[in-house]
Ligand binder design. Structure first.
Ligand code: GLY
Length: 434
């Protein structure tokens, strides 16, 4: 089988590896915006082009004739890459443009879920002008302001993190309305965030293990927001979640897939990634993504025991219920090595060297190029190290050995996956729910 993968980050490196592991994948074709040396070494055709140019991606697919495609990042999904491939008879294990709005439009998602009574939503309102913003903000007490449209992870501003007073939040909401035409203001939740990604074929919803990401750049959850500095999962549930929390999050993903079908008449095909928060009295939905998470893909895919090509085909055919999808019951810890200055003013063009690595550790390349046989950082998250073991302690130790082995101007978060940080989270949830 020939499979087309779109994208070139560490997430796509993990996807490429999972696809190539399948004996069914004889050829991996990649359309990317830059060369990722890790992905390139797994492919038969690697094309660098504009990720916003749907026609160019269609042309690449027309020439190379893949049996199906799978898309990594959100931008080509929001641009309609699945639709243009469908027009030339190539199916994708990813959602069409209309359904990708569940990530690209915060107002579409909140309104859809409210209309179809999917639980877990906050009090919210969509505004198209400043009228009534301050009254609603006062009613909520603590707010989150969500710009509509993809904003490269910078569109959501949370009171206490990005602004202090309701007045400042409303000022940001006003800027969003002026720029995008609308904005969502919603209540702020307090608790512990987690990601529950599910494979979906329109009707059936199969979960991956729950994972916790770390958005802030520096230790102790301080510093600017990033794409995610690292992630971990436990062999079973995350230690601050109950089985009921997990079941409730699953039910929200199921309800969302059903709501999408009822609203649009279309089957949601692909990964539905719920960004959840465990709060005082249960679980709430913060947002949806229409793709695998980065870094979460690097925790989940190496644990997938079922053939990933079979999973993609089952999503496309609507037969997920006929496939026994299993993940090995192991802990994983992922830590990203990022360039000094990231994310505000990262060094670029600097060489890095990765030292000798222990067994049980995976390396996924992200924003790096290869020059004269050496890795050169290009400005964003550079290389991810994923420790996989029976216990979280061992997985963390492995990931730490990975990031420590890097020579060059990088930094990383030592605290991700450590006992100290995880205990703080368990204690926070205990207090909240006492
Ligand atoms: N882990 C954050 C994201 O993939 O958007």
């Amino acid at each position: 089988m020939k499979i087309l993968l779109v994208g070139n980050g560490a997430r796509e490196h993990a996807m490429a590896e999972a696809l190539k592991k399948s004996p069914k994948c004889t050829e991996l074709l990649v359309y990317a915006s830059a060369v990722n040396p890790g992905i390139r070494d797994l492919t038969s055709v690697y094309h660098v082009g504009d990720m916003k140019d749907m026609k160019a991606i269609q042309e690449f697919a027309r020439e190379n004739k893949p049996d199906f495609a799978v898309i990594g990042p959100e931008n080509p999904l929001a641009g309609g890459v699945v639709d243009v491939l469908k027009l030339i008879g190539i199916p994708s294990a990813s959602p069409i443009k209309e359904l990708a709005r569940i990530e690209s439009s915060k107002s579409f998602t909140r309104e859809l879920l409210a209309k179809h009574n999917v639980s877990g939503g906050p009090k919210f309102k969509t505004f198209t002008s400043i009228d009534g913003m301050m009254e609603f903000a006062n009613e909520l007490g603590q707010i989150v302001v969500k710009a509509d449209g993809l904003q490269g992870g910078k569109g959501v501003q949370v009171q206490g993190d990005h602004f202090e007073t309701l007045e400042d939040g409303v000022l940001y909401a006003k800027e969003c309305v002026e720029r995008d035409g609308k904005v969502v203001i919603e209540e702020k939740f307090v608790g512990q965030e987690f990601s529950l990604m599910s494979f979906v074929d329109g009707e059936h919803v199969v979960d991956m293990p729950p994972i916790q990401d770390h958005k802030r750049a520096y230790e102790g959850d301080t510093g600017p927001n990033t794409g995610g500095m690292g992630t971990y999962n436990y062999p079973k549930n995350l230690p601050f979640l109950t089985q009921k929390d997990l079941e409730d999050a699953h039910a929200i993903n199921v309800g969302t897939a059903k709501a999408i079908k009822e609203e649009t008449g279309e089957n949601y095909v692909g990964v539905l990634y719920g960004g959840f928060i465990a709060v005082e009295d249960g679980v709430r939905l913060i947002e949806y993504n229409v793709r695998l998470g980065d870094p979460e893909a690097m925790n989940a895919l190496p644990l997938l025991e079922t053939d990933y090509v079979d999973v993609c085909q089952a999503m496309i055919k609507g037969t997920l219920d006929q496939l026994d999808i299993r993940f090995s019951k192991k802990a994983t810890v992922c830590k990203y090595a990022v360039p000094e200055g990231y994310p505000v003013n990262p060094v670029k063009g600097e060489r890095i060297k990765i030292g000798p690595l222990p067994e049980g550790l995976k390396v996924f390349y992200a924003s790096v190029d290869e020059v004269e046989g050496e890795l050169v950082m290009t400005g964003s998250r550079a290389v991810a190290f994923v420790g996989i073991a029976d216990t979280i302690e061992e997985a963390e130790r492995l990931a730490q050995r990975g990031v420590e082995s890097v020579k060059g101007p990088i930094f990383y978060r030592k605290d991700i996956g450590t006992e100290a940080l995880i205990s703080e989270r368990i204690e926070m949830m205990k207090k909240l729910r006492a």
